[in-house]
Design a protein around this ligand. Structure first.
Ligand code: HEC
Length: 113
């Protein structure tokens, strides 16, 4: 096999690898949604109730895809720096699970009620 062929092969494997990586991130899985709902009410809603400066936020504020991107890109930390700093990683994961499971385009769209 010529060197250029080897290079093409390596490129293909890398492309497949990164595609697989992306699809793994296309869903939020493994968190405890029931726990996440309670935590979100305690940890998110104080800033996100109707009339509050940060505005209302519920699972149906976004689609599942939009939520994945929102969390992946750490967008909250850019718009409201530090506001999630006290949240243990597992708590955030559970919150994300509830929000994702009940997003606007999910099987069971829901708010925090
Ligand atoms: C300390 C207050 C505070 C807490 C706690 C908080 N947020 Fe926010 N959040 C904000 C502020 C401020 C904004 C920006 C509002 C604006 O400028 O419109 C925001 C914006 C958002 C947005 C809209 C951003 C967008 O571009 O769509 C979402 C979604 C959001 N927060 C989710 C959450 C979630 C989920 C939690 C709990 C894990 C949470 N927030 C906890 C203050 C907070």
């Amino acid at each position: 096999m010529r060197f250029s062929h080897v290079l093409i092969l390596v490129t293909c494997f890398c492309a497949v690898g990164s595609l697989a990586g992306n699809s793994a991130l296309a869903a939020i899985e493994g968190g405890d949604a029931a726990r996440g709902k309670m935590l979100a009410v305690e940890d998110c809603l104080p800033c996100h109730i109707q009339g509050a400066e940060a505005g209302t936020m519920t699972p149906i504020s976004k689609t599942q895809r939009q939520w994945v991107r929102f969390f992946e890109k750490d967008r909250h930390n850019k718009i409201a720096p530090g506001s999630w700093d006290q949240l243990p990683e597992q708590d955030l994961k559970d919150i994300m699970q509830y929000i994702y499971d009940h997003a606007a385009d999910s099987d069971q769209p829901a708010t925090f009620d």
